[in-house]
Design a protein around this ligand. Structure first.
Ligand code: FMN
Length: 355
């Protein structure tokens, strides 16, 4: 049904216009508590065997919505009502900014992919904090992803992240330092360990007891992935989110600049997860994201050592029941393999088992 709506209607309109309309509808849903709770009752994961605990936070299920959809923390409750086990809002920057000129969001349906060069368009940390402070009617798990304000020079980046962290960490179930989006000039340079160490150290101090994670790019060389993983473990971070979008264009025909997400990212994202699991699995939570399309993909990530899994592009092609379908598929797989908890699956293929 959604496939028909997508091919016959949605795909004929500008991708960003459809996104804004969707966010508006979800916001409307957010102010209709009865409908929201009804949806939550139908679609939110209730199977206790799907529950995961990571860095001290209880997640009702392992699959969540990746950063970039709810940039301004305006509709996370409605998204939780659609069945996501957590919602990562942002990227939020200390100051409000418009992002890059349009068009900046492109669908590649034949590749089940998206290219975006949004450039952290958002209303800023103060506006997001106001929204996150509002009373809630659902028990949504909310991660807050922060990034650098574009006009802030690199030598002031730490203070910029710290000012967002000060406002937002107390309102977040976990906080993410995003140093991996390709659409803010110079941002990914912050992944170099000599720049990343002081940044993460300062944000961690500011975040206090809120678990801190760092989100990395798939385009890092393998030895740089190891270096960031070692640093994160050394600093006692809660985890690593891997990966953001890629600047590679392997397997797609579009030459638009920006970050590529969706199916073409799948194999690299899985490769990075395996590498991280070998290096720091057991010491840090690994949140795997990139090219996840269905329950099979989530299952494969869990087997490879992911504690949690996220997705974004799959929802554009999969529709509003996407997260619900994935969790239903995970419950079925658990029963089929005779497991009583999803925790029994995590990391199994890394030790040579197939679940
Ligand atoms: C339109 C769009 C906007 C995004 N914006 C952000 C963002 O603001 N911050 C961030 O950390 N990741 C952002 N991402 C990256 C996603 O969170 C995710 O890491 C990436 O898309 C790979 O997952 P996927 O293949 O399931 O989409 C964005 C992705 C898309 C498609």
């Amino acid at each position: 049904m959604y496939r028909l709506v997508f091919t016959q209607v949605l795909s004929r309109f500008d991708a960003e216009a459809v996104h804004h309309l969707t966010v508006r509808l979800l916001r409307l849903l957010s102010v209709l508590p009865v409908v929201k709770r009804l949806l939550y009752g139908w679609l939110a994961p209730r199977d206790e065997s799907l529950r995961v605990q990571a860095f001290g936070v209880h997640f009702p299920a392992p699959f969540g919505l990746a950063a970039g959809f709810d940039k301004d923390a305006g509709c996370f409750e409605a998204l939780a009502a659609l069945g996501f086990g957590h919602v990562e809002v942002g990227t939020i920057t200390a100051r409000a900014q418009p992002g890059n000129p349009r068009p900046r969001l492109f669908r590649l349906p034949e590749s089940r992919a998206i290219i975006n060069r949004m450039g952290f368009n958002n209303a800023g940390a103060h506006a997001a904090a106001r929204r996150l402070r509002r009373s809630r009617s659902l028990p949504a798990v909310v991660g807050v992803n922060i990034g650098k304000t574009k006009v802030v020079p690199e030598n002031e980046a730490v203070a910029d992240y710290v000012s967002s962290a000060r406002l937002l960490a107390p309102l977040a179930d976990y906080l993410v330092v995003n140093v991996s989006s390709p659409n803010t000039p110079g941002l990914r340079d912050l992944q170099a360990v000599e720049l990343l160490r002081p940044l993460l150290t300062a944000v961690r101090e500011t975040a206090g007891r809120t678990p801190l994670l760092v989100k990395i790019a798939p385009d890092l060389a393998d030895e740089d992935i190891d270096a960031v993983a070692d640093l994160a473990a050394d600093l006692g971070l809660a985890g690593i989110i891997a990966t953001n979008t890629t600047i590679s264009r392997a397997g797609v025909s579009s030459a638009e600049t920006g970050g590529l997400s969706g199916r073409p990212l799948k194999s690299r994202s899985l490769e990075v997860l395996r590498r991280l699991h070998r290096r720091v699995g057991g010491r840090l939570a690994i949140v795997s994201v990139g090219g996840v399309e269905d329950a099979d993909d989530v299952w494969a990530r869990l087997l490879a050592g992911a504690t949690l899994v996220q997705g974004y592009t799959g929802m554009i092609y999969g529709g509003p029941l996407w997260a619900w379908r994935i969790h239903r598929g995970l419950s079925r797989r658990l029963r089929r393999h005779g497991h009583t908890s999803i925790r029994e699956v995590i990391g199994r293929s890394a030790v040579g088992e197939t679940a």
